[in-house]
Write a new protein. Structure first.
Length: 256
């Protein structure tokens, strides 16, 4: 199965659960992106790999027009349902690839991408496209989970995540994410770290790993209680296993 096929398979299954997951739908967390982008009423925004449209719909409350692009039709179908619930008339949904954005140069004041770079075979190509469609003076905002700077923890974390969701390629470290922007000629103007809280059994129910891998995933997470081998601050609360995905928001400006 190709990587694109894996993406479509996983996110067709995840369209509804993803849109309802507290860590993804948390308005306060999305507002961190809006703040990083310095969004204003006259702006036009694009959210790349928008999933069920949560970020685009939140931007639509602030900007003149919001656009969401995703490669999975089931995600866009879910976004349209949420759009109807919100009665948002200033949002457009586009089916397309992050590394071949179907928009002219300098089309948007704000271009964002949240929790998608780790699914991309070539995130640098997607970033170049995001920069291309941003207007001079516009803002490009990347948000993604990050792997530990400790290589052993990063490898364990990425191994766990690829088993849990085979559409995962690799979570970058914070320094690698910063380097992507730097190598693309972008200067970071703001940076914000936060954690996305999660619970093991809920995560397994909504991410559809192979059934035969579920016991191993539980074992890996249980083992991390002793030494934080995944870098996720795993802890047990009663019979629940809680942990947190470290996330980083990097905002940069296109100068020319």
């Amino acid at each position: 199965m190709s990587h694109d096929d894996l993406i479509h398979q996983q996110f067709s299954l995840q369209a509804v659960p993803f849109s309802e997951a507290r860590g993804m739908s948390d308005a306060e967390a999305i507002d961190l992106l809006i703040g990083a982008a310095a969004a204003r009423a006259e702006h036009r925004s694009l959210d790349v790999a928008c999933g069920p449209g949560l970020v685009a719909l939140q931007f639509a409350k602030v900007v003149q027009q919001a656009v969401g692009l995703d490669t999975t039709q089931a995600m866009l179908d879910r976004a349209k349902v949420l759009q109807e619930r919100q009665s948002a008339s200033n949002v457009e949904w586009v089916l397309g690839q992050a590394d071949e954005l179907p928009f002219p140069d300098a089309s948007f004041d704000i271009v964002t991408c949240r929790f998608a770079f780790h699914h991309m075979l070539n995130p640098a190509a997607a970033l170049q496209e995001m920069i291309r469609v941003a207007r001079p003076g516009g803002t490009v905002v990347i948000c993604d989970g990050i792997a530990s700077a400790d290589k052993a923890k990063a490898d364990a974390f990425n191994g766990f995540e690829r088993m849990r969701d085979p559409s995962t390629v690799r979570f970058l470290t914070a320094d690698e994410l910063r380097a992507l922007l730097s190598e693309a000629g972008m200067n970071t103007v703001s940076e914000r770290s936060y954690g996305v809280a999660a619970e093991l059994e809920g995560l397994l129910r909504t991410s559809f790993p192979r059934p035969e891998d579920v016991p191993t995933l539980r074992e890996i997470m249980m083992a991390s209680l002793d030494d934080d081998r995944l870098g996720m601050a795993t802890k047990a609360v009663g019979d629940r296993i809680l942990f947190s995905y470290p996330a980083l928001i990097l905002a940069s400006r296109r100068d020319h």
